[in-house]
Design a protein around this ligand. Structure first.
Ligand code: SF4
Length: 79
């Protein structure tokens, strides 16, 4: 049986890849923009505030899609 995936607008996410690995219990990649600038200020999605210009959503189950350094809208994810 096919599974229907709905795309629903209005998700108010709060996602970052800026938390130091020692502070979390799961494996997490680091934000490439933060790494390039040696900072922790860039966050993917800040609830009620903003989305990073490089944020391209989330892929099942918990993979963030990031277009850094491009901010073009059309992006082909790599593996
Ligand atoms: S979307 Fe990419 S560049 Fe933007 S904060 Fe997240 S990981 Fe960093």
């Amino acid at each position: 049986m096919d599974i229907v995936i709905h795309k629903l607008r209005g998700a108010n996410m709060d996602i970052d890849l800026a938390t130091p690995a020692d502070d979390i219990a799961w494996q997490q990649d680091a934000c490439p923009w933060n790494q390039a600038e040696s900072t922790k200020i860039h966050r993917c999605a800040v609830k009620n505030v903003s989305l990073c210009p490089h944020f391209r959503g989330v892929e099942y189950l918990d993979t963030l899609l990031c277009s850094y350094p491009s901010s073009n809208k059309i992006v082909k994810p790599n593996d």
